[in-house]
Design a protein around this ligand. Sequence first.
Ligand SMILES: C[S@@+](CC[C@H](N)C(=O)[O-])C[C@H]1O[C@@H](n2cnc3c(N)ncnc32)[C@H](O)[C@@H]1O
Length: 245
Amino acid sequence: MGINRPVYAASAAWRGFFVGGEMTTYESHILGHREFVGGEWERVGRLMFEWMLREGLKPHHYFLDAGCGGLRCGVHFIPYLDVGHYWGLDKRQWLLDAGLECELDAQARAEKQPRFIVNAGFDLGAVPAGVAFDYVLAASLFTHLRQTEIQHCVEALLPRMASNGRLYATYFRWAGKSEPQIIAGPYGELYGPELDEDWFAGMVQCLGAEVEPVSQYGKPELQEMLCVRKAGGEGGSGNRVGSGC
Ligand SMILES: C[S@@+](CC[C@H](N)C(=O)[O-])C[C@H]1O[C@@H](n2cnc3c(N)ncnc32)[C@H](O)[C@@H]1O
């Protein structure tokens, strides 16, 4: 799991170890929350943080860390953002707990009051109506979701984004030569499904948003990065219902 794709996809040890799906608490302690999300803890977390800064993130923005895991990225964003402006969403409580207990500075947690939501359906019902996310980061999330889940994720998140909000997501590109590759992960989860960019752009357009080009973010050798910009911002093209949606 995580950004460094070939390692875990090929690991027979992982497959044997996690036969049967979700890890138990015991297993997760052996593996550790850092390795569970792909390792490269400091490098990836800092890379994502610095990327968001270059893309214009400021402390006053509301930020959603979609699939925040053990806070590999969160430990950088939480101290930077204003009080209550970091929101983390994940489906694994144990991973989040590990991040809070082992990774996040206690003072930063107390001072910045990050908010967390745990569910697998991208349900943001717990977010107050007055909060609209300026930036959403899905780091190594789409790389574990089926196409239908990615669509559901974007459908759920877009309405909770600011009018000029952007969603950044890393993904594996589908080259279009054969069927998109889908590998069953070692703990009841997909590993590395490839994204059909044409399908994604069309789906996003039907939701009244658009995919924007993204400049080099520093790790293209492993995962690509895309940006979804909500219509209503500058250059937004509006809903294309009636043109193939
Ligand atoms: C490779 S990890 C990346 C975690 C974090 N973004 C990072 O870069 O360290 C993928 C994360 O997505 C979470 N995830 C997978 N499917 C999810 C879903 N349907 N809803 C919420 N979180 C999900 C996993 O629990 C895991 O924490």
